[in-house]
Ligand binder design. Sequence first.
Ligand SMILES: [Zn+2]
Length: 78
Amino acid sequence: MTTRRCPDCDGEMEDGFVPDFSYATVKQTCWHPGKPEGLTFFGMKGIDPSIKCDPEEMIPITTYRCKECHVLRAYADM
Ligand SMILES: [Zn+2]
């Protein structure tokens, strides 16, 4: 594993992730191609509709944090 360097200050970056809190679960945030589109129920959108997504297209996002200036940078590596 290579150490990523900060694009702002060239400091060492530490890998991590942004927790995605949902109903009684915590998951890793993922990247998905396309624009978010709300789900419909018999042609009607709810007040807070879920987003359509294909689990096969989702890529977990690794977020790096600079140990020096604390900037965050996210990558959707395979
Ligand atoms: Zn930095």
